[in-house]
Design a protein. Sequence first.
Length: 366
Amino acid sequence: MNRAFNFSAGPATLPTEVLETIQSELLDFQGTGISVMEMSHRGKIFDAVYKESVANLRQLAAIPEDFDILYMTGGASTQFALAPINLAGPKTAKKAGYVNTGSWYEKTIKAAQTVGVEVFDAASSKGSNHNHIPKEIAGASDLAYLHITSNNTIFGTQFQSLPSAKESGDAKLVIDMSSDFLSKPIDWSNIGVAYAGTQKNAGPSGLTVVVIHRSLYERESDETPAMFRYSTFAKNDSMYNTPPTFQIYAFGLIVKWLLEKQGGLTGIAAHNEKKAKLIYDVIDGAPEFFKGHSVTDSRSLMNATWNFANTDLNQVFLDGANDRRLDGLKGHRSVGGLRASIYNAMPAAGCAALAEYMKEFLKSNG
C-alpha cells in the first residue's frame, strides 16, 4: 500500500502500526467474535479496555493522583462553554482571563459570555496577526481561571512553557491542548483543567479527554444539568451515558504506542523537534523566498506555517506536492500560504520528503 504523507491539520495522520492493529481486531476483538464497536460499555471486556487506557495515560503524562481523567464528547468547542459554566459560575462570581493567540479565542470568549461569565483579556498577539506568543500576561488576582490555547494550528505558534502562578495572578490554568496534547511532557503544577480533542495527536475524531483537578468540582452549581458537570463524568467513570467506545479503544492503543514504542513524552518530544527542524531549516535557509509566519521563539512543533515571497507560487507548490503524495498542505485562509501539520504520528520520513521538495522548489523557482 502506497500511503500518502498526510499533513492535514485534523483529523490527522495516525500511526500505521496502530491502524494495522485496529484492522486486525476490527471484526473479532480478543476472540469474542464481535467488534469492539459492538460491545457493551458495561461489559467486562470493554471495562478492561477503558481502565487500561486511563492507567496508561496517567503513567504516560505523569498525571498527579489528585486529577481525574474524563472521557467526553463534543470536542474542544463544547469545553469552551463547560469550563466557564463549571469553574466561574454563581459560586465563584469571578471573571475569567483569556489569552488571545488566535482564532479560537473569539469562540472561547463568546461561549463564556453567553453563559454569563465576565471575560478579562490577559494578553493578545492580534496586532501582529498572531505570529507570536505574548510574553507579558496581565494576571489579575480575582480570576476564576486563566484560559490559554497551548498550540495554535492556524498560525503555527506554541507556548514553549506554560504560564506560572505568578504570571496568571495565582489563577489555575484552563488549557485547550487539542493540537499538542501528548506531544511533549506536561507541567501540571499550575493546571486546573486541560482538555483536548484527540483527532490531531492521539486518535480519531469523536473523543475529548479532560484532565481536571478534583478540588474544582466544588465550584459546580446544583442548577447545572448533570451531563454538563465534570463531576458527573468523574463519579461514573465517564460512563454516565454511552461513551464513544471505539474512540476510547483507539486512543488507548495510541497511548500504549507512545508509552512503549516512542519513549514516552520525552522521547516523542525529541522526535518532534527533529522532524520540525527539517522543515524550519529550509525556511530559515532562504528567508527571501520562504516567509515563515511565526517568530522563531514561538514556533510550533506541530504546525509549520509559511508563505512565499511570490504568492503566485502557492498553488504551483501545492500541485507539485499532490503529485508527490504530500497531502493537506494548504494554509488556513487567516494566514494563507502553506501549513504542514506534523503531529506525533507523522514519521520523520514525511518531514524529510517535504523538506526535499521545498529545496527542489527553491532551486526551480528561487
